[in-house]
Design a protein around this ligand. Structure first.
Ligand SMILES: [Zn+2]
Length: 69
């Protein structure tokens, strides 16, 4: 089971990007159904390029990550 967060890109298209938390945080950080056990800080924000367009960015904040866990 994966943890996916859907985030709209900032481009005009507003494309929905599915961000895999394991992909951005690392597998060791996520324990399903539990708060994050960290040896590692969650970054305040993660910015990725939109998978669909060139102009858009996908911004994932720590709050969004924590809300999804
Ligand atoms: Zn886009």
């Amino acid at each position: 089971m994966k943890k996916i967060i859907k985030v709209k890109c900032t481009g005009t298209g507003g494309h929905i990007n599915e961000i895999d938390l394991e992909d951005v945080l690392g597998q060791d950080v996520i324990l399903y159904g539990s708060p994050i056990v960290t040896g590692r800080q969650i970054p305040a924000r993660i910015v990725r390029h939109c998978e669909v367009c060139d102009e858009g960015k996908v911004v994932l904040t720590r709050e969004m990550i924590e809300d999804s866990l």
